[in-house]
Design a protein around this ligand. Sequence first.
Ligand SMILES: Nc1ncnc2c1ncn2[C@@H]1O[C@H](COP(=O)(O)OP(=O)(O)OP(=O)(O)O)[C@@H](O)[C@H]1O
Length: 231
Amino acid sequence: MDIKFSGVTKIFEPDIVALEDVYLNIDRGEFVYLVGETGSGKTTLMRCIFREVIPSRGHISVGGRALRKMGRFELALFRRDIGVIFQDFSLLPNITAFENVAFVLEVMGVPSREIEERVADVLKTVGIWRRRNLYPPQLSGGEQQRLAIARAIVNEPSLILADEPTGNLDSHTADEIMQLMLDINAAGTTVIMATHNQAIVDTYRHRVVEIRRGRIVRDDKEGGYEADVTY
Ligand SMILES: Nc1ncnc2c1ncn2[C@@H]1O[C@H](COP(=O)(O)OP(=O)(O)OP(=O)(O)O)[C@@H](O)[C@H]1O
C-alpha cells in the first residue's frame, strides 16, 4: 500500500500540535524508519495511517483511498489489511499465545482447520511455537514482542505499522526482532517502524524520516542517516 500525506496537521485540543503540515509519500514495499525524540509525533503519524487519529487539517490517502471518506464497513476492511504492533502490545492476557493469534482469524470467519495451520506457521516463523500454550504474562518481553508480530502478520497484511518493536529488549533480541521485520518487508509488505534505536537504524540501512515537534525535518531515502547532522 502506498501512503500519501498532504499538509497533515493534528492538533490535540486545546493546543498540542502533534503533527504540523506533514507531506510524505511512501511507496508500496518500502521500509521506512520514523525517528525523533519522545513526543515528536511518530505514534500520532502512524495512528493517522490506521485512522485511529483523524487529522485536524490535510489529506491522507492509503492505497489510493482517501481515509477521511471511508465509511465504517470500508474502514474495517481497510484495517484488516494493516498489521499493527503498538507499544502496549494489546495481547489478551487470559488466553494462550496460540489463541491470541487465532483470535484474529476467528473474527474474520476463517475456517478452524485453516486457522490451526496458519497460526502454527506464523508462530514457527517468529520462533515461539514451543511457547504456544503459555499465557502472555508468562512470556518474556522478547517473546511477547514476537507474539505481537505474529498476530500482526498472520493475516498477511500489505502494511505493517510498528511502534518501537525493539523497545526494552537487549541488543541480541532486538537484532532478531529486526530480522523478522526485514523478512516481512522482503516478502513485499510495506513496513513503517518508529524507533529510538540508533544502532538498528545504522546497521540495517533504510529510508529514515525524522520528525521534530510534529514536522518532518529530514527524509533520507538512501538511509544514510547520521544523528549529529545539523540542519
Ligand atoms: N490522545 C492524545 N491527546 C492529547 N495529546 C496527545 C494524544 N496523543 C498524543 N498526544 C501528544 O502529541 C504529541 C506527540 O505524541 P506522539 O505519541 O505522537 O509522540 P512520539 O514521537 O510517538 O513519542 P514517543 O517516542 O515517546 O513514543 C505529544 O506531545 C503527546 O503528548
